[in-house]
Write a protein that binds this ligand. Structure first.
Ligand code: NAP
Length: 357
């Protein structure tokens, strides 16, 4: 099989580095373009990027020259599919230009997530939302665009889906403890977070609420929101990677904690059925110990090797006696892998497996 040539917008950042790392030796994709801001353009990737991952920068990437976020430059590099990890302020215009130039774009940014013909896809949860691409084509788009959810929505929607299927959901409340890498490379000054937590993340609660309803809703020529009441409270904590979330939910049909655990453990989606290279087997891991999941111990969960960090880890599933049909649990999801680069790569694998790119 010929490899699809891919490029990364924002390749030097927190998410961008994850792409470079996860695309090494990818069986279906070849990374041929690394792009960043004007201050990095023309530099070698090793000089432009302050590499923070413990895996070491791949040699082939280190010697690549960083190019501008310009469709012409991406064409010259032979790119067919563009991953976007740009800051949201610049993403809207650049991603639109890439689509207009005929590229398939898979974006981690919020810029186009709520557009009426753009799906927010977690491949295990709502792969059928890729039907919206037909709508994009009908409206004359030359390329296509699919987005991944906000890093906090990702693990939440994944854990809710099997419960929604088996028991129905009425209300979901979530309180988050979010990692520093979620705020980007220069996001949170150490003086603000060491020995501290910050009980506010701009726009995060609104994003989680809106995105969960879009992802868990139907697509029938247009998106129909799921009829669930969702509320979120988001906190930044002194953890490097991995968002932890305490979830409280009210199900439509009564379910015991054991039944909820069983439906989560049994859950799988199209990536598992198609055996996509980055699909975690299984996508949800339920821990039985009373003190798991923990970010340091569980954020890299997921097998096979290529799917490390792709599994959502759930634990402490128990009844919430204060609510009728109430269940509560804790989840952990790796924000720059499952919440960004890894999810986007899985979307691209799904597009390839379905001959959509
Ligand atoms: P980041 O660490 O701040 O990285 C930003 C990247 O964009 C860098 O490569 C930077 O290049 C480049 N860039 C900045 N301004 C640019 C411009 N005007 N033109 C072209 N490139 C430009 O941010 P991040 O955390 O990786 O997040 C990237 C996006 O993913 C954001 O939209 C974020 O909301 C979303 N996201 C992040 C996470 C997460 O956990 N971090 C999860 C899901 C989604 P230089 O190095 O040259 O400045």
């Amino acid at each position: 099989m010929d490899k699809v040539r891919v490029g990364v917008l924002g390749s030097t950042g927190s998410v961008g580095q994850r792409y470079v790392n996860m695309l090494r030796d990818h069986p279906w994709f070849e990374l041929t373009a690394l792009s960043a801001s004007a201050s990095s353009v023309g530099k070698r990737y090793r000089d432009a990027s302050k590499w923070v991952l413990d895996t070491g920068m791949p040699e082939w990437a280190a010697d690549m020259t960083v190019i501008a976020a310009d469709p012409k430059e991406f064409k010259k590099a032979g790119v067919e599919l563009v991953f976007s990890a740009l800051p949201s302020e610049v993403a809207k215009a650049v991603e639109s230009e890439m689509v207009d130039a005929g590229f398939a774009v898979v974006a981690d940014t919020s810029a186009h997530r709520m557009d009426p013909d753009v799906p927010i896809v977690i491949p295990e949860v709502n792969s059928q939302h890729l039907d919206a691409i037909e709508g994009q084509r009908k409206r004359g788009k030359r390329g296509l665009i699919v987005t991944g959810p906000n890093c906090t929505t990702s693990g939440l929607a994944m854990s809710l889906k099997p419960v929604q299927i088996s028991y129905g959901l009425k209300t979901v409340l979530v309180s988050t403890m979010q990692a520093l890498s979620g705020a980007g490379f220069f996001g949170v000054p150490s003086m603000a977070i060491v020995d501290n937590l910050v009980p506010y993340i701009k726009n995060e609660e609104e994003k989680v609420q809106q995105e969960v309803l879009k992802i868990l809703g139907d697509y029938e020529g247009g998106f129909k929101q799921a009829r669930i009441r969702v509320g979120a409270s988001c906190q930044r904590v002194c953890v490097l990677d991995g968002h932890t979330e305490a979830v409280f939910m009210v199900t439509e049909k009564a379910a015991s904690p054991e039944e909820v655990a069983r439906c989560m453990e049994k859950f799988e989606g199209e990536p598992q059925r198609l055996r996509l290279p980055s699909a975690p087997m299984p996508p949800i891991i339920v821990r039985k110990e009373p003190d798991r999941p923990q970010p340091r111990l569980d954020r890299m969960a997921g097998s096979p090797e290529r799917a490390r960090g792709m599994a959502t880890v759930v634990g402490r599933i128990r009844r919430e006696e204060a609510l009728e049909n109430g269940i509560k649990y804790v989840l952990l999801s790796h924000n720059t892998i499952r919440g960004a680069a890894g999810n986007a790569i899985l979307i691209a694998e799904l597009l390839k497996a379905k001959d959509m790119i």
